[in-house]
Design a protein around this ligand. Sequence first.
Ligand SMILES: Nc1ncnc2c1ncn2[C@@H]1O[C@H](COP(=O)(O)OP(=O)(O)OP(=O)(O)O)[C@@H](O)[C@H]1O
Length: 369
Amino acid sequence: MKPSEEIAMATIIEMKNVSKRYDDGFEALTNLNLKIESGKFYSILGPSGSGKTTVLRIIAGFSDITSGALYFDNQNITDMPANQRKVNTVFQDYALFPHLNVFDNIAFGLKLKKRPKEEIKEKVANALEKVRLPQHSDREISELSGGQKQRIAIARAIVNEPKVLLLDESLSALDKKLRKDMQYQLRRLQKDLGITFVFVTHDQEEALALSDEIFIMNEGKIIQNGTATDIYDEPVNRFVAEFIGESNIVDGVMKVDYSVEFVGKTFECADAGMQQNEPVHVVLRPEDLDITLVDEGKLTVTIVSQMFLGNHFEVNAVDEDGNQWLIHATNSVSVGQKVGVYFDPEDIHVMRIGESQVDFHNRIEEYGE
Ligand SMILES: Nc1ncnc2c1ncn2[C@@H]1O[C@H](COP(=O)(O)OP(=O)(O)OP(=O)(O)O)[C@@H](O)[C@H]1O
C-alpha cells in the first residue's frame, strides 16, 4: 500500500469548501477545508465567535451547510439526518435529564431504539466502567459533582458506540483544578476507547495539553493546523503566535544565509525559505529568552517590572529602541537594572507577513481570555 492510500483510508471526517451563512445573512464559515483522521484527539481552538461550534454542529448534523460538502468514511453525508450519523455530542451544559437517574440518562438512546433490556444493562454498566463511575448507576443527577456530571454525559455519548465523539467546551463549567483532572481523564478515555475526539475550546493551554492535532480558527476560517509543538514553535502568523502562548513579536527583514535583521541588528536564525529583503514578523517566546550580563547578551534591555509567578519571574523590559520585551526569568532582577538578553538562533521564529487571510488590525479582542 502506498503511503497516500494509507492516509486516505484513515480519514474519517472531511469538510470540503464548506461555507455557512445563517438566516440573518451572517457568514460564519468561509470555504473551510478540514480533514480528521480516525483514532486521534483533535481540538478546534479559536476566539469567541470564530465558528468552532458551527463546525461541530455541522459535523453532528444539527446545522446544515450553505455550500460545500461533508464526508464521513468517504461517504457524502451532507444531507444525512443527525440521528443516522455515527457521531455523538457532549454539550457544554452536559444536557443531562434532571428528572432521570444516571442509569436512565445513559440508557435513554438505547431505550428509544428499543434494544433488549439485558443489552441495555450491559452497555450502561460498560459505559459507567469506562468513565470510572461504576457505582453511580442509581444516583440522581442532582447528587453528582460537576466532574461526575461531565463523565455521565460522556458515558451517555459513548454508550451508542460512536466512531467520533464531539465535545463542545465541555470542561468550561468546571473549576481549574477539576478541569486539569478532567483533561487527564479525557485523554485517557480517548486512548482507551480508540475513537476520534473532536474537542472545541477557546482555552489554548487545554488544546495544547490534550491534542494530537489542533485546528486554529478565526473569523470562520482555519488559520493553521498541526500538532501542538508545530503550532507553538512555528506559528504561521502573528494571530496564531499571540493566541498560542505569550510572545514577543517585532518587525524584521530577512537577509541571506539564515539571518534576519530586527531591532537594528542582524541575527543568525534557523528559518529559511523567504525572499531576500522580505519583511517578516519575528517571534521570540518569553521562555526562550535568558537574562545575562550586558556583555554576553544579544540585546541590551532595562528592566521595567517583575512579578513572581511561582515557577518563574515574569519580567517586563525595554530595549534601546523602545521595544518592549517579556522575559520568563529563573532569577530575580531589579527594576531599572540594565541587563543582556541571550537567545539561540533556533529560538528565533520568522513568519511571513500576511501568510493567511487574517486581518491583524481587526482581531477580536477577547482572544486572550
Ligand atoms: N443561529 C445563528 N444565527 C446567526 N448567527 C449565528 C448563529 N449561530 C451562531 N452565529 C454567529 O456565527 C459566528 C460563529 O459562532 P459560533 O458559535 O460557531 O462561534 P464559536 O467560535 O463557537 O464561539 P464561542 O466560543 O463563543 O462559543 C458568531 O459570530 C455567531 O454570532
